[in-house]
Ligand binder design. Structure first.
Ligand SMILES: CC(C)(COP(=O)(O)OP(=O)(O)OC[C@H]1O[C@@H](n2cnc3c(N)ncnc32)[C@H](O)[C@@H]1OP(=O)(O)O)[C@@H](O)C(=O)NCCC(=O)NCCS
Length: 399
């Protein structure tokens, strides 16, 4: 059908500022990322729990505040037996992001704070839901992974930190310190990123006065896409397919010739490299060296360099490296299955989603909550000068 629109409006809302927020600032021109005013390079030295506290409570905790906060999260880690039983019903080939998304409303049905739909949800209740979701996401993913692998879920260990406990529940053994530190930092780096697609999806749902779980389920669905959180798994699939450095130049040219995207490269907001990639790259390098298998890091670095050169030659433009590029080899070195890379992203981003849902619900950065309702321009048919004439089914002829 002829496309007769005057202006193409399907620009993915690029460059359109639609809300105020106090949670995160992404300066794409200068490659700066701040959570509540703090530089990501500094927060990378903090634990995930500190950053969750910062995102949900708007300030970095004191040591004496962090301890009860960690205990509070740890106390919420277990998931109801009914949810474990439901996880057992999924086929082994189910996509883990689908399982996670399905688990979110299941968890809602067990949340005492939303048992009564007629009750207006208080900010305190919304925060309790946020703690539960942050605490339970790793448990859902680890439990599903163990079930599909033919083993039993491992109960959360209350004495372990958030990152260590995830690896413990996933693998059924105490993780090494280097692995815990790497995952902890990766969780910090992925915890928040302003109005990205999944956060926007979550906020849009929250703007209807739907509850936290409904909004978060939308966020999980949005994150699963290859152009968003799904990109980290795609990067690893690319590395595994290539196997070695020999075919990198041909591969990059072939992908660009075919009009396909190179995963882990390009960004909707950053004109320059994503600062998170510059933190993740040396982490991947160090793990590659310590495991005696630097290949995946080295290939990543080669693909980045080659793609940037070819992109510049072809388009006379720079293509930045994004967060998903080096997280792929990093997670692979840590022994995380490739199809759990995006769920690990979700395990981190749940903190950002929850903070945004609360900001949306309680107008944390605006005079009052407002329902999102953009407009579109109809460019379809009217069949004639006015409207299409409705013909009853029995009288309708062939088209
Ligand atoms: C994230 C993404 C959707 C942003 O897309 P965008 O907003 O269209 O990006 P830009 O406007 O800067 O793109 C400029 C040009 O570069 C191209 N481009 C951008 N990223 C590219 C990539 N990864 N591979 C190949 N070409 C790319 C675009 O197609 C566009 O080409 P055109 O001018 O011929 O139309 C895109 O970069 C992408 O798909 N990247 C791969 C997936 C990924 O890693 N996602 C995770 C993001 S954190």
């Amino acid at each position: 059908m002829e496309n007769d629109c005057k202006i193409t409006l399907n620009t993915g809302l690029r460059g359109i500022t639609i809300a105020n927020t106090r949670i995160c600032e992404v300066d794409g021109k200068n490659g700066r990322l701040l959570y509540r005013g703090y530089m990501i390079q500094d927060l990378a030295r903090a634990s995930y729990e500190e950053v969750v506290h910062l995102l949900l409570h708007e300030y970095l905790p004191l040591a004496e505040e962090l301890q009860p906060f960690r205990a509070r999260l740890a106390a919420e880690r277990a998931i109801p037996p009914a949810v474990i039983a439901a996880l057992r019903t999924f086929p082994a080939m189910a996509l883990p992001m689908d399982v996670l998304q399905a688990a979110v409303p299941m968890l809602a049905t067990h949340d005492p704070d939303i048992a009564e739909l007629s009750k207006e949800i208080s900010k305190e209740a919304a925060l309790r839901m946020a703690y539960r979701l942050v605490a339970k996401f790793p448990t859902v993913i680890a439990a599903y992974h163990r079930i599909r692998s033919g083993t039993d879920p491992v109960a959360p260990a209350p004495d372990l930190g958030h990152a260590a406990n995830f690896l413990f529940m996933l693998n059924g053994r105490m993780p090494e310190d280097t692995a815990v530190r790497a995952i902890d930092t990766a969780l910090v780096l992925h915890a928040e990123h302003a109005f990205n697609a999944s956060t926007f999806a979550a906020r849009e749902v929250a703007s209807t006065q739907a509850h936290m779980y409904a909004a978060v389920a939308a966020g999980v669905g949005s994150l699963s896409g290859a152009l968003h959180g799904g990109a980290n798994a795609k990067v690893m699939q690319m590395l595994l397919k290539l196997g070695g450095p020999e075919k990198v130049v041909d591969f990059v040219n072939a992908e660009l010739d075919a009009g396909r995207k190179l995963f882990g490269l390009g960004h909707a907001v950053y004109d320059v490299d994503d600062p998170r990639a510059h933190i993740l790259a040396p982490m991947s390098k160090a793990l590659g060296e310590s495991t005696g298998n630097p290949r995946w890091y080295e290939m990543s670095a080669l693909i980045e360099k080659t793609a940037k050169e070819i992109f510049r030659e072809r388009k006379n433009a720079d293509i930045p490296v994004n967060v998903d590029f080096y997280s792929a080899s990093l997670y692979y070195y840590l022994g995380i299955p490739v199809d759990l890379f995006t769920p690990v992203f979700a395990i981190a981003r749940i903190a950002g989603w929850a903070a945004h849902v609360i900001e949306e619900q309680f107008a944390g950065a605006a005079p009052k909550p407002v329902l999102y309702r953009p407009e579109s321009e109809y460019i379809g048919d009217y069949c004639g000068p006015e409207v299409c004439e409705f013909v009853p089914l029995e009288k309708r002829g062939p088209r």
